[in-house]
Design a protein around this ligand. Structure first.
Ligand SMILES: N[C@@H](CCC(=O)N[C@@H](CS)C(=O)NCC(=O)O)C(=O)O
Length: 248
């Protein structure tokens, strides 16, 4: 059985989408990141970067001790290897998929995260010049990355040969581009075609819905304020204090 330490966000959906595609059994363990569960000592032992998702495979192929993994790119690679699907074994095909997996991890995810931060949470920043700089920088990057995807998909049905973990890792972010960018559908028709095609897969629909009710639950204003403090005020000290709770 595979434990998935999870909250319904784009980085969490990647993993549930792949597990559904592979038809593997899994057990969801909630990590309410808005309430600080990512700093629980037991969670930090498996995910020292205080981010979800993380997994624990209690039945690894070598028959040894459970394997725990953090970082969604590493999780996707591990699960695809374990399931023997969606990641070619030949070096050429594997490299083709993995370059897009790394592209998502290093580009689309962080840039969309920052664009969303400045555009949707930024109004609490009082220095308007700083706010504008942040919005222009990150929304501009998201626009560039959308162009990269659209151009690539103009000549390719999927990101890297057949449908693969490259598509599964990119789609949870690509489907949210409208949050930070206007006219995505008109300006990026090939990207729009691909998003629709991937979202139409039954396993993707199922993986995306896993515990969406947690996401939809309205927080009280007090909970919302607490959540912003937890998510937006982290320093090295935050992690040190939490780790001390773990007896380290
Ligand atoms: N590079 C990481 C990013 C994970 C990440 O940013 N997760 C967010 C939710 S989408 C999180 O756990 N945030 C908790 C926090 O900011 O403290 C991955 O892909 O696994």
């Amino acid at each position: 059985m595979i434990d998935v330490h999870y909250w319904p966000t784009p980085n969490g959906w990647k993993v549930t989408i792949l597990l559904e595609e592979l038809g593997m059994d899994y057990n969801i363990i909630p990590v309410d990141i808005g309430m600080g569960a990512q700093f629980e000592p037991d969670f930090l032992k498996i995910s020292p970067n205080n981010r979800m998702p993380a997994i624990v495979d209690h039945d690894p192929a070598d028959g040894g001790e459970p394997i725990s993994i953090f970082e969604s790119g590493a999780i996707m690679e591990y699960l695809a290897d374990k399931g023997g699907q969606f990641l070619p074994k030949d070096p050429r095909g594997r490299a083709n998929v993995m370059q897009w997996v790394h592209w998502q991890m290093a580009n689309l995810g962080p840039m969309m995260g920052n664009a969303n931060h400045f555009k949707n949470y930024g109004p609490t920043i009082t220095d308007i010049e700083k706010l504008e700089y942040g919005i222009n920088r990150f929304v501009g990057e998201v626009n560039r990355l959308s162009g990269v995807m659209d151009k690539h998909l103009a000549g390719n049905e999927y990101f890297a040969g057949d449908y693969s973990i490259a598509d599964m890792i990119i789609v949870p972010w690509a489907m949210l581009l409208r949050r930070t960018q206007e006219n995505t559908e008109e300006n990026f028709p090939h990207l729009t075609r691909w998003v629709k095609q991937v979202l139409d897969r039954p396993a993707v629909k199922k993986g995306y819905k896993v515990h969406n009710e947690w996401r939809e639950r309205k927080r009280t204003p007090e909970e919302e304020e607490k959540s912003r403090k937890i998510l937006f005020g982290q320093t090295a000290n935050t992690v040190n204090k939490a780790a001390q709770g773990a007896g380290e």
